[in-house]
Ligand binder design. Sequence first.
Ligand code: FE
Ligand code: ZN
Length: 521
Amino acid sequence: MDTRVVKKKLGLKERYAAMTRGLHWETTYQPMDKVFPYDKYEGIVVHDWDKWEDPFRLTMDAYWKYQGEKEKKLYAVIEAFAQNHGELGVTDARYINALKLFIQGVTPLEYYAHRGFAHAGRQFTGAGARVAAQMQAVDELRHFQTETHAISHYNKYYNGLHNANHWFDNVWYLSVPKSFFEDAYTGGPFEFLTAVSFSFEYVLTNLLFVPFMSGAAHNGDLSTVTFGFSAQSDESRHMTLGIECIKFMLEQDPQNVPIVQRWMDKWFWRGYRLLTLVAMMQDYMLPKRVMSWKEAWEMYAEANGGALFADLARYGIRKPKGWDQACEGKDHISHQAWATFYQYGHAAAFHTWIPSKDEMDWLSSKYPDTFDRYYRPRLEHWARQAEGKEGRWYNQILPMLCQVCQVPMLFTEHGDPTQIAFRETTYHGMKYHFCSDHCCEIFEHEPKKYSQAWLPVHQIYQGACYPEDINPASPGDSPVREVMRYYGIHGGEDNGEFSTSEDRQHFRSWSGRMKPQGHQE
Ligand code: FE
Ligand code: ZN
């Protein structure tokens, strides 16, 4: 007969302690340092892990219950969206290209974050940090799944959504997000948290999620808005992990301050470069604009970030290096990036186009100091070319990539937007190229790591990105076309000019059928 256990109801605080820190024990068969070898080698000194605060006090059982309810609502919306042909309710088919960029470049990062947090969670000696990291690992796996499910509906109707995982591992512009995360999770656990939880989630995440999600709302995409809300409601926990980790390191020992500062410098810049893709999406790819990249930068980076670094000054922390360049960049990077993607529109897995006259006027009003002066004339030139006998301009020369951020060398000098910025350094007799002083400095601090970078353009020139039936030494009359074949990108279907695309034609004829009374594209 079973012994009757008298259940004593635990209070919230006791229950939390029992279900998290109460599960921690000191190992005896092996020394703790051998079981947790990675939380010391970065040089971070920890005197007392109990000083780690967990403001959310969430236990696993409560987590499942709460997330389960959220998920049920989300899937009900996705279902209704599919049944009501939500794919035709968006402003126009150009909008789908923002979703392509999302599923290609952002969703795989969720999976990387899942792996990274699971790994970091295993490495911390302190139970508080371990539990928070493990819970976030589960969140990130959910994000990957819900985003994949929500966007998969569009894959039934539009091009450019069918091969995202393979693209993520191979295609030039996707090596930007990929290398960002691989860089982060091949660091130690404290660097990983500084990179992802602090620099990315705490300082920069609003610049990723707000434009995409309010962009989705403005452009009639309810299913994206809903997964955005679902992911965003985990975000406060993630941001807290980021700031808690930073404060914990800074308070544990003054020796940690310079290490943390260097990580902030590095990861602010890495994150900022990654957001170039978002800046472009926001200013050029949303048919209905929400706010300009510049406005978003001013609101979320300059105002919020400025206050944050003022607060951290008491620990001896200053603003990240590169802050001023990033603030100057708010006037330029979206235009520079779109111009690059337009030229390489035959080598990406989404469509590009010249903005309409109204859209250019909007850009002029949002960028009074730069758009008309530097960027509008080039777009108008390309528009004339596309209409004339030269035809739509595609650049056949592959661009040089920055060895660290892996963005093509498209950024200009601080203070001179007419000069492409270019830095180089030599390591073991080889030359390496960079988009900026900051990427160069990141390389010079860890040359062993970054000299191994898998740069897509180098790989193409080395013959590593051709289909098997091609001789890499003589890949035929159009090497780029063969690379597209290797990528699994269908030239002209998944990419190229939007105005002549299947996506556009389909959207027009399908919505014509749905809305017979003169629906405007
Ligand atoms: Fe996430
Ligand atoms: Zn760079």
